[in-house]
Each structure stands twice: as C-alpha cells, then as structure tokens.
Design a protein around this ligand. Structure first.
Ligand SMILES: *[C@@H]1O[C@H](CO)[C@@H](O)[C@H](O)[C@H]1NC(C)=O
Ligand SMILES: *[C@@H]1O[C@H](CO)[C@@H](O)[C@H](O)[C@H]1NC(C)=O
Ligand SMILES: *[C@@H]1O[C@H](CO)[C@@H](O)[C@H](O)[C@H]1NC(C)=O
Length: 374
C-alpha cells in the first residue's frame, strides 16, 4: 500500500516535471542547474501538499448552489480552425451561448493560433475554455493602452488592451496560452499590453500560460485560482486587486532593467484582496522587486517559492510613498534560492511565522471550497 502510494507520487512527479519543462523549453535554457531546480521544486510540492492536508480546524463550506446546478447540466461545443468543429473561431462560439446562461458550457478549442480579441461578458457565466494539453491553442493579440479604439476613437487604456478579457463569473481555462505580443520599451506610458484581464469572480486557470511584456496579467478583481501556470512579462506583470492564489506557477521576467513582478492594489485595510504565491518559481532577466505597492495596503505573500538571483535584495518597493511601509503586507515563508535571502530586505518585509502563513497556504484563501471543482 505504502509503496503503491510512493510509485503513484513518483509518476505524478514525472508528469508534472514533464509539463513544467514543456512550458519553459521555449523560453529559457535547460542547463543542469535548471533541471536540478525543477527537481527540487517538484519534490517539494508533494511534501507541502501533504502538510496542507493536515491543516485542520477549518470547516468545509457548501458548494455554491448555482454552480452545482450549472455543472450538472454541462454541455460542450467545439472550435476548430479546420472546419471540423461547431465553430471556426472563439468569438462565434461565445456568441452562440444564450445570455444569462445557467449551465457550464465547455468550449473545446482545438490546437492553433487564434488571432482574436475576446470579451467574455458578465452575462455569460460558467464558460470553460478547454485546450489540448499536448498542443495548447494560443489566443493572441497586440493591443496596447495607447492604441486607438475603432469603436470609440479613443485610446484603449490598460483596461481595454487585453487579448482576452473576462468579465464573467465562474470562468475556467485549461491548457490555453494567452498572449499579447506588443513588446515595446518597457515601463513607458501607453505601452501597457495585457494578455488577460480577469474581472469576474470564482475564476480558475489550470495549465495556462500568460505571455506578454508590460502588464501581462491583469488580476483585476474577484476570487481567482491559478494552478501550474506560466506567467511571463516585464513591468508589473501581475497586477490588480484580485484575491488570488497562484499555486505551482512559474513567473518568468523578461525585464531589461529594474522592474517589479507584482503591483497589488489593495487600497483599504478592510478589503480581502491579495496575491498569494505558493510553490512557485521566480526566474528570468533584469532585476526585480517581488512587489511594489500600487495601493496603500498592498498585500502579497510568497511561500515555498524558489527565487533566482534576479530578485533585488531589498525585495519590495513602496513606490516612493513611505507611509505605505507600515501599511502594506509583504510576507515570505519558507522560500528558497539566491533571491530568497532575507539579509538585504526592507525592514517592513515580513518573515511569516507558521501561524501567520496558514491563511495564505490553501485554496481557502480564495474560498475555494465553495467553488473550486476538483
Ligand atoms: C495539465 O496537463 C497535464 C499534462 O499534460 C495533464 O495530465 C493534466 O490533466 C492537465 N490538467 C488539466 C486540468 O487538464
Ligand atoms: C499588431 O499586429 C498587426 C497584425 O499583425 C499589425 O498590423 C500591427 O502593426 C501591430 N501593431 C503594433 C502596435 O505592433
Ligand atoms: C545572504 O546574503 C548575505 C549578504 O549578501 C550573505 O552574507 C549570506 O551568506 C547569504 N546567505 C545565504 C544563505 O546565502
């Protein structure tokens, strides 16, 4: 029994190693050091997951009833560029779903590069984008904040720059590559170029990648869960005031100079907003802060994360506003790697105790027991 479990764990480990290597193979070199890091990272994931199982004292709450019904009445439609599906593009497939939809609609998106600008409106909850894990479809675009909209004659601004914007609740994406290819001088006004904006609540992403430069992933608002995702960008590439758990994700910086991985925008202390990165990996170019305070009460925690030496020793930035030093909540817990050295950290960075870390270490951080389906 015990040995069966170990064999199973090892197979799981090999599978996840395969996925992870698959994700990075296009963007970074696979030296021996990289490989060892991956091994460490994956081994550790299994250990920390076991530790999580023993965290008790939290009552499980009931699954959201609307969601339960939607899942029971699930339907699928397919999108294939070769004409062998129900639709040849994603936009048409979405348009076929009746507004105020009450059932889960799975869009099976066949491999291919989809050059489409997509909005999943508030009136279309329960939509899933499902790609092929061997050959994930890419949804691509290149709008920036300064591009003038055909509809309004005004600049799109950051908010309307995304290739894919999700206003709907209960959105799920699996095995999808979201991309914004506008690669301009980083950090310039008007060059924000979002690959995905998530503005609905109870939204989950599995095995996805988010590729961009400045402002790649607009984690705007709501409860979000990211698992086994690859997120690449330069400046503030995960930003917004979402309440989000990132588990087993790889954050890869393509910054040329100084940048920040996150810009979390919790503006008042009563707001349940924050980014928790657990079992993640931080790599790439440039030198980066783990976060800079977009809001006065910005909240970001990294736990069990491997950080390469691109992390600036100070670790965190108050974005030039010292009153934020006492207000932000920037925590680190059991991280590893050259970038995780606390020696040079700003004095207001927190080394979390076990007790302080617990709220950030499980899917309960995003009320997962009411809406995450496993
Ligand atoms: C993620 O990818 C792996 C490997 O291809 C696959 O086994 C797993 O089922 C995928 N996850 C989901 C939720 O599809
Ligand atoms: C975006 O891509 C389109 C189509 O490939 C191209 O015509 C346009 O010049 C690009 N715009 C920018 C700002 O790069
Ligand atoms: C952390 O950094 C300090 C100062 O650079 C260095 O002296 C120390 O050896 C480092 N610790 C580890 C564990 O690498």
């Amino acid at each position: 029994m015990a040995s069966n479990h170990r064999v199973f764990t090892f197979i799981l480990f090999l599978v996840s190693l395969h996925v992870n290597l698959h994700f990075i193979s296009s963007s970074s070199s696979s030296s021996k050091a990289d490989f060892e890091r991956w091994v460490w990272w994956n081994m550790k994931n299994h250990r920390s997951r076991k530790a999580m199982e023993s965290v008790s004292g939290r009552e499980t709450r009931q699954m959201d009833e609307k969601l339960r019904r939607a899942e029971m009445n699930k339907v699928s439609i397919s999108v294939s560029q070769d004409g062998n599906g129900d639709f040849t593009n994603i936009k048409d497939a979405l348009s076929s779903i009746p507004p105020r939809n009450k059932r889960r609609v799975v869009l099976i998106i066949k491999p291919g590069v989809y050059r489409e600008k997509i909005l999943v409106p508030k009136t279309l909850p329960f939509v899933t984008f499902l790609g092929d894990s061997e050959d994930p479809p890419t949804i691509t675009g290149n709008d920036t904040a300064s591009v003038v909209s055909d509809d309004t004659g005004k600049p799109l601004k950051t908010y309307r720059s995304p290739t894919v914007a999700v206003d709907a609740d209960y959105f799920v994406a699996i095995n999808i590559k979201f991309e914004n290819t506008a690669m301009h001088e980083v950090g310039r006004e008007g060059e924000q170029a979002v690959a995905l904006r998530a503005s609905g609540t109870k939204t989950a992403f599995y095995n996805c990648s988010f590729m961009g430069s400045q402002d790649t992933l607009y984690d705007h608002k709501g409860l979000h869960y990211f698992n086994n995702c690859f997120i690449q960008g330069s400046v503030d590439f995960i930003f917004g005031y979402g309440t989000s758990l990132y588990e087993n994700c790889h954050l890869n910086s393509v910054a040329k100079k100084v940048a920040s991985l996150t810009a979390q925008k919790r503006t008042i202390s009563s707001l349940a907003s924050g980014f928790s990165f657990k079992d993640c990996l931080v790599t790439g170019s440039g030198t980066v802060y783990l976060g800079r305070a977009w809001g006065d009460y910005s909240r970001v925690v990294f736990s069990y994360t491997f950080m390469d030496n691109l992390v600036i020793p100070r670790g965190w930035s108050d974005w030039g506003d010292q009153k934020r030093d006492q207000r932000v909540y920037y925590g680190e817990y059991k991280c590893k790697g050259p970038g995780a050295n606390m020696t040079g950290r700003v004095p207001w960075a927190r080394v979390l105790t076990d007790e302080e870390a617990i709220p950030f270490l499980g899917t309960y951080f995003v009320d997962g027991d009411t809406w995450l389906i496993n």
